[in-house]
Design a protein around this ligand. Sequence first.
Ligand SMILES: Cc1cc2nc3c(=O)[nH]c(=O)nc-3n(C[C@H](O)[C@H](O)[C@H](O)COP(=O)(O)OP(=O)(O)OC[C@H]3O[C@@H](n4cnc5c(N)ncnc54)[C@H](O)[C@@H]3O)c2cc1C
Length: 351
Amino acid sequence: SIAQLKKSVAIPVGEVISGKDIKFIKGEIRQINQMKRKISVGSREMDYDYLVVALGNVADFYGIEGVEKHALPLQSLPDALRVRNAVEFAAQRMRMEPNRRFMRVVVAGGGCSSVEMAGELKGFLDEVAWKNGLDRENMEIVLAEAGSNLLAGIGEQAAREAYFRLKQLGIRVELSHRISRVDNNFVEFLGGEKVEYDVLVWAAGAKAFPVPFAHAELKDKKGRLLVNDFLQLEDFPNIFVIGDLSAAAAGKPPFLGGVEQALDQARYLAEALPQLMRNRRPQPFKPASRSWIVNIGGKWAIVKTDRLNFTGIFAYIIGRLVRFRYYRRICGFRRAVKYWLLQQELYGRND
Ligand SMILES: Cc1cc2nc3c(=O)[nH]c(=O)nc-3n(C[C@H](O)[C@H](O)[C@H](O)COP(=O)(O)OP(=O)(O)OC[C@H]3O[C@@H](n4cnc5c(N)ncnc54)[C@H](O)[C@@H]3O)c2cc1C
């Protein structure tokens, strides 16, 4: 059920902070005034001595005409549920309107999220077709990527493996297809080619959340805030930035993003901050090299680390085990077992 699905991917904050001396305030951050050391959350204003900013990413539509209006971004759980609803709606419309003989879901982007999404959609369309008594042959998934490779930045071998896996799943992969315009029914590519769609999923890029600072801060070209060795803003050492919003200063090893790095930074800061408060100099933060596990439909994945690159069911099993580690880091061993088992039950059945 949807409720079970939600439970398996969204851990309530209360479970993460229970038993710890942390006060949770639900609200939107409206302004951070670095000079006055004040933060506005909803209608409240609070003073702070130290501030950790971890506001993550938002979808990047690159200013392409029509994308923000017509495409469904894929950044959060509500976004994912909207995609699910849109696909179900398109299938129901096909069932009710005899003139509609065909439906197409276009996934924009060829990075990890898009490739995983396309793989998941394959299974979901099988199910939706069966439920609605539709011919699955009349449903198509198209993945469109502007570059000449999938999984840019992960490596050529992984890119090839992802390509052949998607093909094997019956997904149409269009490389070197840069979307230049979107309207209600069509995606248009640079060069003029048009593809009709029923659902357009936008997983083609993300940029840093635009933090409402009262005074401008140094950023990289993705809008991420540049931090020093201790994850501090250079001009305001009482403000720390972690997660997708942070970027290493020029000349330093880059931050590659992802959950593990966000958790590493959080752990680092939990140890470094008390030292900084006592005017001691902690060890600098050193980003670990990033590993990738990309699930592409069913019990199949790609594992890519500095030294390893393998695919198939074994990679899928490694992915499930890594997920346990992730839960354990967030909410402790006992709760990790609970969430992991719930996911095993759900995904074991779906995959
Ligand atoms: C579809 C998808 C799949 C992914 N899969 C993987 C994966 O398999 N492995 C991996 O390593 N990484 C994955 N990532 C990336 C991963 O989610 C991020 O790297 C990670 O969540 C970064 O953590 P963060 O704390 O910086 O930001 P987030 O986890 O995005 O947290 C930011 C939080 O800030 C809140 N927020 C935003 N604006 C405000 C505001 N104004 N006021 C108050 N709160 C606000 C948001 O609601 C959110 O809860 C995936 C990302 C996406 C979108």
